[in-house]
Design a protein around this ligand. Structure first.
Ligand SMILES: Cc1ncc(COP(=O)(O)O)c(C=O)c1O
Length: 325
């Protein structure tokens, strides 16, 4: 990153950013890509470009766009949501066919998330996304894919990132999650879409000057940290299996397909925070997440097998002291 060749990316003149955008577009099988500071901004840009004020986005109630980008979508952009729920965030094509705002309002976009964060890292197969995309196309609606963790989905399914992205008109990806880059995301689509996305990025204040130092970290992550994601998935599964057999915790390990484990602390909700604090006191961070009494544990490139054993010891100890009567 320190040695990255840089230029002014506001003028499209940063060679390292351009290289990252070209590599990303190729990996996703899209015409072009645009580097953005965060995944949130990437999703917000997609909504801004695909829809008009007053139109609704059809998506899962626990999608990241609803849970985190809601104020940008509704207050800054003046769009609205039409939400569905169930199957750990994965919508079915029939739901797209039936989706209609009850006040007769207009739909402008369908959005899916792969993997699904609030759904414990649930994965859509290529075939499942293709069916949703076909239903959207039949209604003349574009499909945006929040692929913050598309590399995890690709690792879990064996499908390439290009295959997983193919059914969607646009896709947002993050270099800063399991891939381990310090900063950055991208949005990809047609050249015409990316041209408009540049304007939306400027509107949100996300056009950066010598951003090549950040892009260099993302390129490193793409080249060195994708092949190892299967290790994160195996470690997450091991964590889930231990949680499942720990008194006071509940999770179905068969549901854990990628690097996110959301589990339930049984009993009164207040116990969750005590449990999280007791785990943190042993140097292991988990977060309250996903509803009352639930917490999230995520595996990533800074957690090796020894780290997982430390996490297991911490969770078992905290469960014994806080959760077992
Ligand atoms: C599915 C999903 N989309 C988008 C984002 C937003 O990414 P960022 O935090 O980089 O803005 C996240 C972040 O956790 C995410 O999980």
């Amino acid at each position: 990153m320190a040695e990255a060749e840089v230029g002014d990316d506001v003028f499209g003149e940063d060679p390292t950013v351009r290289r990252l955008e070209e590599e990303t577009a190729a990996l996703l099988g899209k015409e072009a890509a645009l580097f953005v500071p965060s995944g949130c901004m990437g999703n917000e840009i997609a909504v801004a470009v695909h829809t008009r004020p007053g139109q609704a986005v059809f998506l899962d109630r626990f999608s990241h766009i609803v849970q985190v980008e809601a104020k940008a979508v509704t207050e800054l952009l003046g769009r609205r949501f039409l939400m569905r729920e169930g199957d750990r965030g994965r919508m079915a094509p029939e739901e797209v066919e039936a989706a209609r705002p009850s006040d007769g309002g207009e739909l402008g976009l369908v959005e899916v998330e792969n993997t699904h964060n609030w759904g414990s890292g649930a994965v859509y197969s290529h075939a499942a996304i293709e069916r949703v995309a076909r239903a959207a196309r039949r209604r003349g609606l574009p499909l945006h894919l929040d692929g913050a963790r598309i590399w995890n989905a690709s690792t879990a399914t064996g499908a390439t990132t290009a295959a997983l992205a193919a059914p969607a008109d646009t896709v947002m990806v993050c270099y800063s999650k399991g891939l381990g880059a310090p900063v950055g995301s991208a949005i990809a689509g047609t050249k015409a879409f990316i041209q408009e996305a540049r304007g939306a990025r400027k509107m949100f204040g996300g056009a950066m000057r010598q951003a090549g130092i950040l892009a260099a970290g993302a390129i490193h992550a793409l080249h060195h940290h994708v092949a190892r994601l299967a290790e994160d998935h195996a470690r997450a599964r091991r964590l889930a299996e231990v949680f499942a057999e720990t008194e006071g915790l509940a999770v179905d390990p068969r549901e854990i397909e990628t690097n996110i484990v959301i589990a339930q602390v049984e009993g009164p909700h207040e116990r969750l925070h005590e449990f999280v604090r007791a785990v943190a006191a042993q140097g292991v961070l988990i977060a309250p997440f996903g509803g009352p009494g639930r917490f999230r544990a995520v595996t990533h490139l800074d957690v090796d097998d020894a780290g997982i054993e430390q996490a297991i010891t911490a969770v078992r100890g905290a469960a014994r002291s806080v959760l077992v009567p």
